[in-house]
Write a protein that binds this ligand. Sequence first.
Ligand code: FES
Length: 102
Amino acid sequence: MTSYRVPAASDPARPAADRPLTIVVDGEPVAGTAGQTIAGVLLGAGRREWRTTAAGGAPRGVFCGIGVCFDCLVEVNGLRDVRACLRRAQDGDVVTRQGGTR
Ligand code: FES
């Protein structure tokens, strides 16, 4: 079983909630805040869909928001099938939509 440690407010590893960051989504800069997930940054920018299904090309974005449904998959820094709802955004991340299967 995996255990998770929540950093204390005084922990320097804890991201400052007011620190801005920018990720690049399909070539466009999108602003967010440290501590947000990639999905949080995308939703904050008004984006609701960023993937299409292999069968039928139906649009997908966040469904469960807790890493269970895999509807929110994106490519991050060249790595496919990253769950946007779980991946904490880092300044300069390059996010690409992915559709269907390769
Ligand atoms: S929204 Fe369900 S896994 Fe990300």
